[in-house]
Ligand binder design. Structure first.
Ligand SMILES: NC(=O)c1ccc[n+]([C@@H]2O[C@H](COP(=O)([O-])OP(=O)(O)OC[C@H]3O[C@@H](n4cnc5c(N)ncnc54)[C@H](OP(=O)(O)O)[C@@H]3O)[C@@H](O)[C@H]2O)c1
Length: 237
């Protein structure tokens, strides 16, 4: 994402991460900051701030971490807050929406101009599921309008480096949708939620399968394509 920003602006770019040693990119000022430790957050001199949602063991901790970042933004006089949210954050029943809804509300409550980049699912969440001989999922023929992580990163960079995004909410999905039976062909196996092998998955896979089965991530929206100026790259398995 930062590379896309650097490609598009001559403005000073600052990143705030927990471990500056892990961030190795020329032309960027790196500050140390941890959302879990509000006293470490330093957004002084920042005009536009992108808060990338962070992970934590539970929703309450995630919400508090995000609220810490929002409070620091206000304290340091940030002019515009961008936030990576989830599709339909205000109405979606998927469990992660709780975090994004609460964060969006906290951002709106500040009165600072905002932009919500409501990311749909990444292709990268699913590619590995197609690597075996059998693709056993409980999604049935539910469709997924996922997008490559890098296209979503590009959209964020475009929004950060162009004008006219104040108080806008973007629903960022892929330009096309796919289904497991369609991509897996003969390898597709329709299994129950209890038979899903979620070993090694970094997120609650079954909850996403239920959501996909119920059509929550099926709708193709135009916002990603509009921001990046081309269709998103389709999934390849
Ligand atoms: N749409 C989807 O399908 C999907 C899939 C997976 C995740 N997500 C969500 O999107 C978020 C971003 O995903 P990503 O792929 O961009 O992740 P990423 O590349 O790991 O980026 C997360 C960034 O946040 C920083 N960070 C993490 N925890 C932090 C903390 N406590 N305090 C300060 N900075 C922190 C990380 O830096 P340091 O680690 O160096 O601090 C890193 O720069 C995830 O955290 C999750 O909420 C969405």
């Amino acid at each position: 994402m930062v590379r896309h920003v650097l490609d598009r602006t001559n403005e000073q770019v600052i990143v705030s991460v927990r471990d500056p040693k892990r961030f190795d990119l020329d032309g960027v000022e790196v500050r140390r900051g941890d959302f879990a430790r509000p006293e470490t957050l330093d957004f002084r001199g920042v005009d536009k701030l992108l808060i990338v949602s962070a992970l934590a063991p539970d929703s309450g901790t995630r919400i508090q971490m995000h609220k810490n970042a929002v409070a620091a933004a206000v304290q340091h006089g940030v002019g515009h807050i961008f936030y990576t949210s989830v599709t339909d954050a205000d109405t979606s029943p998927i469990y992660v929406a709780e975090v994004h809804r609460a964060t969006e509300e906290a951002v709106r409550a500040t009165g600072v101009p905002f932009t919500f980049l409501r990311n749909g699912l990444y292709h990268e969440n699913f590619v590995g599921l197609f690597s075996g001989e059998i693709v056993a999922v409980s999604t049935k023929d539910g469709r997924v309008a996922s997008a490559p992580r890098d296209d979503l990163a590009l959209a964020a960079a475009v929004a950060l480096t162009t004008e006219g995004h104040e108080n806008r909410v973007y629903e960022l999905t892929g330009s096309t949708s796919w289904s497991f039976p369609e991509l897996a062909g003969d390898r597709f196996r329709d299994v129950g939620d209890e038979d899903v092998d979620a070993a090694g998955s970094p997120f609650r896979l079954v909850d996403y399968f239920v959501a996909i089965r119920n059509g929550l991530f099926s709708e193709v929206r135009g916002d990603l394509e509009e921001l990046i100026g081309r269709p998103s790259r389709p999934i390849a398995v």
